[in-house]
Design a protein around this ligand. Structure first.
Ligand code: PMT
Length: 396
């Protein structure tokens, strides 16, 4: 059984008799650990009620493109950003045709255009419609754009025909969806990723830190595992579950993070510095809790070591990727940071926008390397991480 632990699967249901199997598919996806939200076309609602899929998925079912209430909550753009993958089952001949033409004439086709997440279709239609040249051409167009197709299977159809066109079994589709996240493009590579904040102690109970949640770094670790890498996270204190098949080494301060990273360097091909490391730490750490005293106190701070710069100048330097959290002149500062720190690639993160970056589920970044750059539009951190890892695989 494929693992879909913590994956956000957006299930699109279009109008064919196989829509009744979507109820079972919701269950099969959930059994594999996925969180499921459902979009139904108008045609789908002729075959199965939204209430059924709402009860099974535990979330409201989305049906309308122009819906004032939805736009205040989960509107089409939020759904597109929420999805780690868009799975359409059943996908009718009409829906396949509209997708291949790039139409955006209902909620499902609009979300399909608006999402950066990978897409999979489970076609279901009459066998002659499946064999028709128009359908075959539409499928080819979608496959060329990177859309994955599962099924259809052959057999007795609802209309009495026998042949290919029956939607694949829900279990088979759910397992195939697991394949959307694995690429193997970094198979066997050893990747070390720093994540989260550091805590710089003042006394036994107080520290200086920042708002990094670790979500971006942990999403990168999951994407690295999905790409086939042997992945280690060196993590500051966060409240996140370890991604599957990832070794997590917990640290507190910048100095501990540096020590841990240096120990890992002999076995590291790619190093990604996503942690928000404190640039300074208190010059002295008190053994006892500091007592309240005068109205004003002055804190003396000293510079912390720069972890990513140390790794990049090491004789065992791996391919080194940094992040740049900037509030202004983002790309210029990021490129300068890449050169000053001797990095091979840098991910520029505009943290002036508080709805992305620090402690958010979403991000939007520009990835820079010495002779190029690529912007990755706003999406959830899983989708952003997958695209960053893809660029690292291409350039490392
Ligand atoms: O954890 P989240 O809530 O998901 O938020 C993600 C994030 C915003 C923290 C992340 O996307 C991000 O931008 N991380 C880098 C934050 C940062 O400290 O940026 P910087 O521009 O100050 O540092 C530049 C680079 O040097 C970074 O790769 C950083 O890890 C590294 N650095 C900085 C200081 C230091 N002493 N040692 C370092 O290695």
């Amino acid at each position: 059984m494929a693992h879909l632990f913590n994956r956000n699967i957006l299930l699109g249901v279009s109008g064919g008799i196989a829509a009744y199997k979507s109820a079972e598919l919701v269950r099969a996806l959930q059994e594999r650990g996925a969180k499921v939200r459902v979009i139904m076309t108008h045609g789908a609602q002729e075959f199965i009620t939204p209430l059924t899929l709402q009860a099974l998925s535990g979330n409201p079912v989305h049906t309308e493109l122009l819906d004032e209430r939805a736009e205040l909550g989960m509107g089409h753009i939020e759904l597109a950003r929420w999805a780690d993958a868009l799975l359409i089952a059943p996908a009718t001949a009409d829906l396949i045709s509209r997708l291949s033409a790039g139409r955006a004439d209902d909620l499902l086709t609009t979300v399909a255009l608006a999402t950066a997440a990978p897409m999979m279709l489970a076609p279901a239609m009459n066998q002659q419609m499946w064999k028709d040249q128009a359908t075959a051409a539409n499928i080819n167009t979608l496959v060329e754009r990177g859309v994955k197709i599962v099924g259809p299977e052959a057999g007795l159809q609802a209309c009495g025909d026998i042949g290919p066109g029956r939607m694949e079994a829900p279990e088979v589709i759910a397992d195939a969806a697991g394949g959307l996240f694995t690429s193997g493009e970094l198979a066997g590579k050893r990747i070390v990723i720093t994540a989260g904040p550091t805590r710089e102690a003042l006394d036994p109970v107080r520290y200086i830190s920042n708002n990094s949640s670790g979500k971006m770094g942990y999403a990168l670790a999951q994407a690295a595992v999905d790409a086939g890498a042997i992945t280690t996270l060196v993590s500051g204190p966060v409240n996140l579950a370890a991604p599957e098949h990832t070794q997590v080494l917990n640290v507190q301060s910048a100095e501990e993070m540096l020590d841990q990273c240096l120990q890992l360097l002999p076995d590291c091909d790619i190093f990604i510095a996503c942690a928000a490391v404190a640039d300074y730490r208190p010059a002295t750490v008190q053994n006892q809790k500091i007592k309240k005293g005068p109205e004003e106190v002055t804190l003396q701070m000293v510079r912390n070591p720069d972890i990513v710069a140390t790794v990049a100048s090491h004789e065992q330097k791996p391919y080194t990727v940094g992040f740049a959290a900037e509030t202004n002149d983002v790309l210029a500062y990021a490129r300068d940071k890449m050169q000053r720190k001797g990095l091979d690639m840098i991910v520029a993160n505009d943290v002036a926008d508080q709805s992305i970056g620090f402690n958010s589920d979403e991000n939007a970044v520009t990835v820079l390397w010495p002779d190029g750059e690529q912007t990755i539009e706003r999406a959830n951190k899983t989708t952003i991480a997958r695209q960053i890892v893809h660029l690292i695989a291409q350039h490392s």
